[in-house]
Design a protein around this ligand. Structure first.
Ligand code: NAD
Length: 320
């Protein structure tokens, strides 16, 4: 019998706000974890979230859901950081970033102090910069500190393409690469519907006269998705919660799934000293390898632009 079979799969969620609690809710329903632990300095919030989730236990696959402390990092398999401070009135973006970077560093210090062997998944925004902050602070191998990257953005692209083409989203394979933010881009060269490259599919489908224009509109809508949802309801949490289940599941089940997480680059795509969304193989130990697709010149330019945008923010943070 495989001795590992009975080892508990433990996920610690740091930050029990909208994203952390929605992720916990979605994860519990999938039966992927044996223990889900929430940590948040807001005692009342974390108690409320844990009770509300735990009252659903009779309707869930067996799982323990509880409030935790930093000692819980010691035997966690995955630690998902959704902790973040909100912008104060009049606060600059850089000052907010400095406060959030300090929060991430203090959480990472606690994780390292507990000699944790987990994979850290950073979700807090700006996710690529804070993933890099977490990686540098941890001193861990690069694959064990990752960000949620453009996994959510890629899902948004797949959804919009599926709607536009009237094809099941599961037959749409598409990736958004780069920053999780304004400089991200759709890697059209890697996009296919049921294995048919999008460049062949569009003329064959014949639904739109100007499919290059339509594709541009779809890419733009992906970039603006978060702004629209925040305008409508104040925050985004359902789809990101599901994207996190996908990432955590790939780690817990040692899946070797390809996901566009934010990975530390050390020479891949000619880049280093930055984290951004690139197709990466995700297994029990985190990112085991980054897939270096042969991107056409315009997509390579967009990737370099995204990296340069992020490197400027990292430099501003380090110089601040
Ligand atoms: P929220 O304000 O509802 O929750 C944040 C929580 O973090 C709060 O409960 C707060 O008490 C907690 N917190 C603050 N300091 C902490 C610390 N030191 N340790 C533990 N917890 C701490 O915010 P939210 O809507 O849940 O969003 C959380 C973060 O996720 C934000 O940065 C948001 O921008 C980001 N986000 C990322 C994506 C993505 O795709 N990467 C998508 C949506 C949201």
């Amino acid at each position: 019998m495989n001795a590992n079979r009975w080892v508990s799969r433990k996920v610690v969620i740091v930050g029990a706000g909208a994203v952390g609690s929605t992720f916990a809710y979605a994860l519990a329903q999938r039966g992927l974890a044996d223990e889900i632990v929430l940590i948040d300095p807001n005692n009342e919030l974390v108690k409320g979230q844990v009770l509300d989730l735990a009252h659903g236990l009779p309707f869930l696959p067996a799982v323990e859901i509880r409030e935790g402390h930093k000692s819980d990092y010691a035997d966690a398999n995955v630690i998902v950081i959704t902790a973040g401070a909100k912008q104060r009135p009049g606060e600059s973006r850089l000052d907010l970033l400095k406060r959030n970077a300090a929060i991430i560093e203090s959480i990472v210090d606690d994780i390292v102090e507990q000699h944790s062997q987990a994979v850290i998944v950073v979700v807090s925004n700006p996710v690529d910069v804070l993933t890099y902050v977490a990686y540098r602070r941890s001193g861990w191998p690069k694959g064990r500190v990752i960000g949620s990257g453009t996994v959510l953005d890629s899902a948004r692209l797949r959804y919009l393409l599926g709607q536009h083409c009237a094809v099941d989203v599961h037959n749409v394979h598409a990736y958004v690469l780069g920053e999780h933010g304004d400089s991200e881009f759709a890697a059209w060269s890697m996009t296919n519907l049921a294995g048919i490259p999008i460049a062949q599919y569009c003329p064959m489908c014949g639904k739109c006269d100007q499919w290059l224009v339509e594709r541009h509109k779809i890419e733009d809508a992906v970039k603006k998705s978060a702004y629209h949802i925040i305008d409508y309801k104040g925050a985004t949490y359902f789809a990101v919660g599901l994207a996190l289940v996908r990432i955590a599941g790939a780690i817990l089940r040692n899946e070797r799934s390809v996901l566009t997480v934010s990975a530390v680059l050390e020479g891949e795509y000619g880049l280093r000293g930055v984290c951004l969304g690139v197709p990466s193989i995700i297994a029990r130990s985190g990112v085991t390898s980054i897939l270096e697709a042969q991107l056409p010149a315009d997509e390579m330019k967009a990737l370099l632009n995204s990296a340069s945008t992020l490197q400027q923010v990292i430099a501003a943070l380090e110089g601040a």
